[in-house]
Design a binder for this molecule. Structure first.
Ligand code: IMP
Length: 184
């Protein structure tokens, strides 16, 4: 008999890593001002928990908004086609944009988001991701979507908890856990 859930990253490690990330981000954006604050764009729904902790630990002026990207999967596009559901119209002209993402997997979502805001006049677009699965990256996207701020690099495993879901379940688990839906 195998277990459906196995702890990969416990709660206390996630919390302390988020504090470290917040310190690096605050140092890198030290030039941001009340007139031109960093624009934090949290991807719904998965990154909501990560963003809530990260944002409250930042020490530089910032604004928070939310975006949502949905991926469609079919036989022709087994790795999915990402499409904006929310946030396409956010005005980013001249702004330093920091995307807050739960996990960078194939990289397609962050590729779409990063290219979109870059093409729409952002001064800079960076990525802060709680988790990163570099071994899953689609060829050609590697450098483009590597998170500028990465909480943890993980192997090719499906994980839930701390905001990450499986069919909208298990987001509220307090640790990042490997989930095996076939385990009995
Ligand atoms: P990408 O476009 O393939 O990089 O996919 C990114 C999105 O896929 C993330 O924002 C998650 O919503 C979802 N995702 C990828 N891997 C996992 C996982 O292990 N657990 C839960 N969601 C995941």
């Amino acid at each position: 008999m195998s277990q459906a859930f196995t702890t990969l990253i416990p709660n206390d490690k996630i919390r302390s890593r988020i504090s470290e990330l917040a310190a690096s981000i605050s140092a890198d954006y030290a030039g941001s001002t009340e007139d031109n604050p960093v624009l934090l764009l949290c991807t719904l729904r998965g990154a909501a928990f990560f963003a809530a902790d990260l944002v409250r630990a930042l020490t530089v002026p910032c604004e928070l908004d939310f975006i949502k990207v949905h991926s469609y999967f079919d036989d022709v596009n087994p790795s999915g086609i990402p499409v904006f559901e929310l946030g396409r119209e956010i005005n980013v002209t001249g702004r330093d944009v920091l995307i807050i993402e739960d996990i960078v997997d194939t990289g397609q979502t962050m590729d779409l988001v990063k290219r979109h805001y870059t093409e729409h006049g952002a001064k800079s677009v960076r990525i802060a991701a709680l988790l990163n699965k570099p071994s899953r990256r689609l060829p050609g996207l590697k450098d483009m979507v590597d998170p500028d701020y990465s909480g943890f690099e993980i192997p090719d495993l499906f994980v839930v908890g701390w905001g990450l879901d499986f069919n909208e379940k298990y987001r509220l688990l307090p640790d990042v856990m490997v989930y095996d839906p076939d385990a009995v």
